[in-house]
Design a protein around this ligand. Structure first.
Ligand code: ZN
Length: 150
């Protein structure tokens, strides 16, 4: 288990250092901003929605390693997915982070997002990991107001 934990740690650090899709998206038709006052994480999510599908996604912002790595892995996970698929993924991800792993929970659905499983031991950090997802949801819904985790 400690080997796995170390691997997870490395993936998070790698995505923090070299976040994927970390840029402003030219041609974005949905954007939203999110803020986690507990930690100071700030993020802007850019989306190019094509019909019901997330055709392209990127983000910018500043924050802790967890929030940045979570945003990076989120963009990689939802690109090319439908809104409903992205929502379902967030639901499963949230279950993992809050320890609500009931019989319907299948960690295989999460793919690389499983690297955040250790975050549930640090409740304060759960908001860092979910901020990008709340911001994604706001962007999909076309909310103008800044999302806050508080
Ligand atoms: Zn944070």
């Amino acid at each position: 288990m400690s080997d796995l934990r170390e691997l997870y740690q490395q993936v998070i650090l790698d995505h923090n250092k070299e976040p994927r899709n970390f840029q402003k998206l030219e041609g974005a038709n949905h954007t939203a901003e999110g803020y986690n006052p507990l930690c100071g994480d700030e993020i802007t999510v850019y989306l190019q929605v094509e019909g019901d599908m997330i055709g392209n996604i990127s983000f910018q912002g500043s924050g802790c390693a967890i929030s940045k790595a979570s945003a990076s892995l989120m963009t990689a996970s939802v690109k090319g997915k439908t809104k409903a698929e992205a929502e379902a993924l967030f639901h499963t991800f949230h279950k993992m982070l809050t320890g609500q792993t009931d019989s319907a929970f299948d960690p295989r659905e999460l793919g690389k997002l499983a690297v955040f499983s250790g975050v549930r031991e640090f409740p304060v950090r759960v908001k860092c990991a979910t901020l990008p997802w709340h911001t994604l949801r706001a962007a999909l819904e076309g909310k103008e107001e800044k999302v806050s985790t508080e």
